[in-house]
Design a protein around this ligand. Sequence first.
Ligand code: XLS
Ligand code: CA
Ligand code: CA
Length: 440
Amino acid sequence: MGEIFKGIGKIQYEGPQSTNPLAFKHYNKDEKIGDKTMAEHLRFAMSWWHTLCAEGSDPFGEDSASRPWNQITNPIEAAKAKVDAGFEFMEKMGIDYFCFHDRDIAPEGKDLAETNANLDIIVAYIKEKMAATGKKLLWGTANCFNNKRFMHGAGTTCNAEVFAYAAAQIKKAIEVTKELGGENYVFWGGREGYETLLNTDTGLELDNFARLLQMAVDYAKEIGFTGQFLIEPKPKEPTKHQYDFDTATVLGFLRKYNLQDYFKMNIEANHATLAQHTFQHELNMCRINNVLGSVDANQGDLMLGWDTDQFPTNIYDATMAMYEILKAGGLTTGGLNFDSKVRRASFEEEDLFIAYIAGMDTFAKGLKVAHKLLEDGVLENFVADRYASFTEGIGKDIVDGKVGFKELEAYAMKQAPIKNVSGKQEWLETVVNQYIYNQA
Ligand code: XLS
Ligand code: CA
Ligand code: CA
């Protein structure tokens, strides 16, 4: 297509004082934070759907943007132009990774065979671009929610014909992800839930969903796909109740069906808040259960009950997210993917750049603050002191499993008056704020 984003050059780091809307203020790719560069820590990824496909429509209105690459009438040529746009965008933004749904990158054909053939054409085209630029696939996934055939669900449908179709579609999406060297493969259950219990056999639906995931595990082994499988929790939307409600629910499900060794989580900030959790809570649950896989970095509007997928600008949330990520040992195969879309009124192509810069700067600053907080052991030392009673005496006996109810009753009968110590929440909040204010 030739240059698409004309007039926008490669985005440079200009430092915190810069007022240039098209420059980074905090994200300085090669700057070392601890023993890794910012790029290595953050592993930013562009999402195909919200960056290249979305054009501002909402349930009440048509597209507000018309991206030049989507104006081409031949669907395969349009899909190639979208690839061109995506690679130019990543190059100009200095983003190394991308992710997609099968249907974002190539159009559906008249049947599954033609759809798969379309996918093969675009995958070959993407592969060439990857070889030429060094860009990498963070994750692939199958869109088993958009087409009306999935009205009752995919893996949790009441219709076995649809289950079979979904399995075939996911098989191909895993093959394509492998072909492009994808480091992860995501399952987001966009229709895996229910609208009413009056017509739903939840037991069979969950058993079937586990069967589908087991088939994926078996097939990955068979073809040698070694990427990490991820489940992306979300409590609602589009269904009233989604089975993958939150991390804790997904862990319970995986353990019930003995799938826990094969899946980690892809945590999305806005899905956490829809589940009435903070973003940090979901990352924390992943960390303590050793299932932090990857992150969809966006933010919601806390006044609204739906998934607004806004670009992240909340420095406090980004700091606490990076704090959990660093404590978990960092993102290994995962990354920070912007599953975020510009607002309907931000319809100019330049807005895409401004939005990604905002998100990347927010997480870069959050990384710097979180690293410093950890380096100084501020919260760690406080927490260690707070729980010190479990490192000696009766506390240590409890932790070591040396005592039961009877021993503890005997102990409590003789214990001195109990003294508690303040949790100092307001002080800790002040300290975190100070780190945010003072970190350049
Ligand atoms: C939708 C989800 C979706 C997944 C990938 O809310 O965030 O975009 O990330 O299917
Ligand atoms: Ca979302
Ligand atoms: Ca997501």
